[in-house]
Design a protein around this ligand. Structure first.
Ligand code: C5P
Length: 308
């Protein structure tokens, strides 16, 4: 009898920026306690999983050659983690993962985490498990601090390592310009640099997120712009001093404000509306301060199965 091979499943998954990122002290497990406001953006990756006798991984698109294609790839680890979670570890050996990247690699926009979240949802569908998103999020949290958020999307307050999430009311579509840097930054190195800066001085801290949450609820980009803040920004700028120039150039080009996204080096610029974002993007692209620019809007939903 012929086995029925399930059709491939494609999932589209958003990137994120942190509108607010307050980093607490180093914990004993090597992580830092965070209070952060995640915001999912329309800059996306697509992950397709195939049931196959030739397992493996293929990556194309933005920064593809920088993505590991061995068992260490976070999407591949997600496939294995889900197979283990449902007690069918062998299933992971019969999956091919194809990733089309739009999110920069090591850019502070949680691209690897997004691919892991997409792989979880895609395999849950491929294997007919149809697990609830909350159950996928439990597996996601074992893979990385930013993976659960990529499943839910929207705008959310994150605590713990960033994996404990509560949705946040956000009344407006906000328009962003993203400036990608020439090279990525390693997240552990940026956290380490912040620890070092705090040992030798007192870099400014962003404080509590309440005012920013109110600005989000108001939907007013001008109010939101005044409140964007990221404790990791000083560390990212310390490791990559050119980011200071990039941040200035975005504001000179007409953005309301700029902030380093997560651990960087991508810079995110908030604009008044979509037309302003296109203008800022064009001017920033000509300013020679970054590798490339993209426009995006948020919030957008989390990982979703594509219909076609
Ligand atoms: O959780 P994830 O593997 O994405 O984190 C990558 C690294 O970032 C961690 O190994 C740690 O060095 C740093 N990190 C941290 N505190 C957090 C999240 C990440 O120190 N809350």
């Amino acid at each position: 009898m012929l086995a029925v091979v399930p059709p491939p499943v494609t999932v589209r998954v958003p990137s994120k920026i942190n509108l607010h990122l307050s980093v607490g002290d180093l914990r004993e497990d090597g992580y830092h306690d965070l209070t952060t406001v995640f915001h999912a953006l329309s800059l996306t990756d697509e992950v397709t999983v195939y049931a196959t006798q030739e397992p493996g991984i293929e990556v194309s698109g933005e920064g593809a050659r920088l993505v590991p294609t061995d068992g260490g790839n976070l999407a591949m680890r997600a496939v294995r983690a889900l197979a283990d979670h449902v007690g069918k570890p062998d299933e992971a050996e019969r999956v091919r993962v194809v990733i089309r990247k739009g999110i920069p690699v090591a850019g502070g926009m949680a691209g690897g985490s997004a691919d892991a979240a997409a792989a979880l949802l895609a395999c849950s569908t491929l294997w007919g498990l149809d697990l609830h998103r909350d159950e996928l999020a439990e597996v996601a949290a074992t893979l990385g601090s930013d993976v659960p958020f990529a499943l839910y999307g929207g705008t959310a307050l994150g605590t713990g390592r960033g994996e404990r999430l509560v949705p946040v009311l956000s009344r407006h579509t906000f328009h962003w310009v993203l400036a990608f840097d020439q090279r990525g930054l390693s997240t552990p190195k940026v956290y380490g640099e912040l620890d070092r800066l705090r040992e030798s001085g007192d870099p400014p801290r962003v404080g509590p997120p309440e005012a920013l949450l109110e600005a989000l609820a108001s939907g007013d980009p001008r109010r939101l712009a005044l409140l964007l803040g990221n404790d990791l920004q000083a560390a990212a700028v310390s490791l990559r001093p050119g980011l200071r120039r990039t941040l200035r150039a975005g504001v000179s080009a007409g953005a309301l404000a700029g902030v380093v996204s997560g651990s960087g080096p991508t810079c995110a610029f908030l604009c008044t509306d979509g037309d302003a974002a296109l203008k800022v993007a064009a001017e920033l692209a000509g300013a020679g301060v970054c590798r490339t620019v993209r426009v995006a809007h948020g919030p957008v939903p989390g990982a979703r199965v594509c219909d076609e």
